[in-house]
Ligand binder design. Structure first.
Ligand code: PLP
Length: 423
C-alpha cells in the first residue's frame, strides 16, 4: 500500500494525517503523545508531562499500569468478546462489585458516559410511559454526553447549537437551587437528572442540602432521582460515588440513595466502558428486548473493570484520593491567597478540583481564545497536562494513585506558570 505523502513528497506528519483524514470535531492542543507510565506521559519529542488530566478522569491507575496490562493480556488470551446472548462469569462479577459499593440493585453495561445517560433517560421514559410522564428536570451547566438525548439533557447551549430540533422533554434549572426545581415540576415530570459535581460545567459541587432536598422532592412527587456519576464517580472524590463523600457526617445523608447512577470514564481505567446501576424496585424495568449494546460488559471490558476495582482496594486508592486530594486543595487555596489577582476560587473535592482564574490577569494572554484554553497551553509548556472547563476554569482530574510528591509538583508547576504570566 502506498505511504501517504504531503504535497512536497515528504511523508505526512501525525498532525497532517489528522488534518487530512480525521473529522475536525475536536479542538486539539498541539501535542502528540506517545507513551505513558504512572502519572507521566511523554510526547513525540521525548518531553515528559505530569498528567493531571488522566484522559479527562479516565486513567484511574495512570498509564501502563502493570495490573491492567496483565488483566488485558490474560483475558485477551482467553475470551475477548461474547455477545449478550450468553452468560459469562466476569460481567456478573463486575456487576456484583458495583452493587456492593452502591446499594441493592442491578447493573446494565454499555461503552460510554453518553450511553449510560441514554440508559437513564430510557429508564425514566419507560417508568413514566403508562402515566404519560416523560419530562426530566436537569441543570444549567450540566453535561450528559454527545448523543441527541445527551445534548438535550445537557444544560449548555453551546453543545446543542446546530442540532435542533432536540429531543423534547427536558427542562433546565439553576444548579443547587431547590426552588427552581420545584417551580419546574409539571404533570409530565418523571425524573431529575443531576451530577454530584458538575465537571464540564467547571467543577460545581452539589451542596448536601440540595442533594437531600432533591431526594425529598423526588419522593414526594413520585419521580426518579437519576445521578450522572460519569466524571465525579468511581472513587474520585475519596468515596465510590460523590454523594457518599458529599453527605458524610450528615445524618439524613446516610440513607440517601439515587434511583439510578450512570458510570463510565474511570470504570475500565482507560478501556472503554460504561455502566448503569438501577435500584432494586426499578431493576427489571428494562426487560428483554427493551435495551441493549453489542459491546456492553464484554469479558475484556469486565476484566479491566475488575482489575481497576481490585487495584483500588489493594492500594487503598480511595483513601489516597481523599488525602492527596485534600493536600492538593489546601496547597491550591494557599496559592489563591498568594495570588489573589490571579486565582479567584478553588472548587472541588478529592481528585476533582477546579481552579478559577481571573479574566485579564495576564497581559501575556490575549483575548483571542478562552482564558482556560490558553492557560492549559501555558501549563503544558511548563510540563503539566490539565483540562479546561468553560471560560476560566482549569481542572485537575489526575490518576487516583497520584502521590503527595506529584501533587506538590503539580502546584509548583502551576505557580511557575503563574509567575511567568504575571510579569
Ligand atoms: C458528567 C458526564 N456525563 C457524561 C459524559 C459523556 O461521557 P462520554 O464522553 O464517555 O460519552 C461526560 C463526559 O465528559 C461527563 O463528564
Amino acid at each position: 500500500m502506498a505511504t501517504q505523502q504531503s504535497g512536497s513528497g515528504a511523508e505526512l506528519t501525525t498532525k497532517q494525517r489528522f488534518q487530512q483524514f480525521v473529522v475536525p470535531n475536536y479542538g486539539r492542543f498541539d501535542l502528540t503523545l506517545c507513551r505513558g507510565s504512572g502519572c507521566d506521559v511523554w510526547d513525540d519529542q521525548g518531553r515528559r508531562y505530569l498528567d493531571m488530566g488522566a484522559g479527562i478522569a479516565v486513567c484511574a491507575l495512570g498509564h501502563a499500569h502493570p495490573a491492567l496490562s496483565l488483566a488485558l493480556r490474560e483475558q485477551a488470551d482467553k475470551l475477548i468478546h461474547v455477545s449478550n446472548l450468553y452468560y459469562h462469569d466476569l460481567q456478573g462479577r463486575f456487576a456484583e462489585q458495583l452493587v456492593q459499593r452502591i446499594a441493592p440493585g442491578k447493573c446494565f453495561f454499555c461503552n460510554s458516559g453518553a450511553e449510560a445517560n441514554e440508559t437513564l433517560i430510557k429508564l425514566a421514559r419507560k417508568v413514566g410511559h403508562d402515566s404519560g410522564r416523560f419530562e426530566i428536570i436537569s441543570f444549567e451547566n450540566s453535561f450528559h454526553g454527545r448523543t441527541l438525548a445527551g445534548i438535550s439533557a445537557t444544560g449548555q447551549p453551546k453543545v446543542k447549537a446546530g442540532f435542533e430540533p432536540l429531543l423534547p422533554g427536558f427542562v433546565h434549572v439553576p444548579f443547587n437551587d431547590l426552588e427552581g426545581v420545584e417551580a419546574a415540576l409539571s404533570p409530565s415530570t418523571i425524573a431529575v437528572l443531576v451530577e454530584g459535581i458538575q465537571g464540564e460545567g467547571g467543577i460545581n459541587v452539589a451542596t448536601p442540602e440540595f442533594l437531600l432536598g432533591l431526594r425529598r422532592f423526588c419522593d414526594e412527587n413520585d419521580l426518579l432521582l437519576l445521578f450522572d456519576g460519569v466524571q465525579c464517580g468511581h472513587f474520585r472524590t475519596g468515596r465510590f460515588q460523590s454523594y457518599q463523600r458529599l453527605l458524610e457526617g450528615v445524618e439524613e445523608g446516610q440513607r440517601f440513595q439515587p434511583d439510578a447512577i450512570a458510570m463510565a470514564k474511570s470504570l475500565g481505567g482507560g478501556f472503554p466502558m460504561g455502566a448503569v446501576w438501577i435500584e432494586e424496585k426499578h431493576s427489571a424495568v428494562l426487560g428483554p428486548g427493551s435495551h441493549g449494546s453489542t459491546f456492553g460488559g464484554t469479558p475484556l471490558a469486565s476484566a479491566m473493570g475488575l482489575a481497576v476495582i481490585e487495584e483500588v482496594a489493594r492500594k487503598s486508592l480511595e483513601a489516597n484520593a481523599r488525602t492527596v486530594g485534600d493536600r492538593l486543595k489546601a496547597s491550591l487555596l494557599a496559592l489563591k491567597e498568594k495570588y489573589p489577582d490571579v486565582i479567584t476560587a478553588v472548587r472541588g473535592i478529592g481528585l476533582m478540583i477546579g481552579i478559577v482564574f481571573r479574566e485579564g490577569f495576564s497581559t501575556r494572554l490575549d483575548g483571542s481564545r478562552p482564558l482556560s484554553l490558553q492557560l492549559v497551553v501555558s501549563l503544558a509548556e511548563e510540563g503539566m497536562l490539565t483540562i479546561p472547563a468553560g471560560a476560566d476554569v482549569v481542572r485537575f482530574l489526575p490518576p487516583l494513585n497520584l502521590s503527595a510528591t506529584q501533587a506538590d509538583e503539580a502546584v509548583a508547576r502551576l505557580e511557575q506558570t503563574i509567575r511567568k504570566l504575571v510579569v
